[in-house]
Design a protein around this ligand. Structure first.
Ligand SMILES: [Zn+2]
Length: 118
């Protein structure tokens, strides 16, 4: 059993995320509630149960140890090796190397919603 340091979502999310969360708050909250983060991450990462979280190999670097943890209850991922972290929108941005607006559009289409105007 691996014991993980306690990282608050606020601290890990950083200022950039907090600004973003304010700007798109309603749609972001809806997307987070609608799209299970583990499903999204699980499309590109083999996730295995690890305590109350899921664990896999981070896609941002060579990760033999499996430092990427997905907290489905919080809708939040964090890599303990490189520090990358975020929610469904951040994961989409990092995976598809796209803008925040493009990520929101992609995720809205995924669940059959009309994306908000830019
Ligand atoms: Zn990483």
């Amino acid at each position: 059993m691996i014991s993980l340091p306690v990282v608050s979502v606020d601290v890990a999310a950083g200022l950039d995320d907090r600004r973003r969360m304010r700007r798109h708050d309603p749609i972001l909250a809806k997307l987070r509630a609608r799209i299970p983060l583990a499903d999204l991450v699980g499309e590109t990462v083999d996730l295995r149960p690890a305590g109350t979280k899921l664990r896999g190999r981070c896609t941002a670097h060579r990760d033999e140890g499996g430092g990427l943890y997905v907290d489905e209850a919080e809708g939040y991922y964090l890599c303990y090796s490189c520090g990358r972290s975020g929610d469904v929108v951040r994961w989409t941005r990092e995976t598809y190397l796209c803008s925040e607006q493009a990520a929101i559009e992609l995720l809205c289409r995924r669940v059959g919603w009309t994306p908000p105007a830019a």
